[in-house]
Design a protein around this ligand. Structure first.
Ligand code: ZN
Length: 56
């Protein structure tokens, strides 16, 4: 899985958590949290992982 470059959701503007899987929409050039993903009418989106969260 590719790494998310954004640090917050392009829809609700909530900060992503470390290790969270988010949705990158290339047409928007932004990533969105899973809560906002169903609101997007975008076909070409792909999962991205927020860095961090793997360290314990
Ligand atoms: Zn969101």
């Amino acid at each position: 899985m590719k790494i998310a470059r954004s640090t917050y959701c392009g829809e609700c503007h909530e900060d992503f958590k470390n290790g969270q899987v988010v949705w990158y929409a290339s047409i928007e050039n932004h990533s969105f949290c899973s809560n906002c993903k169903p609101n997007l009418d975008i076909k070409d989106r792909e999962p991205r992982k927020v860095p961090g969260g793997d360290e314990k």
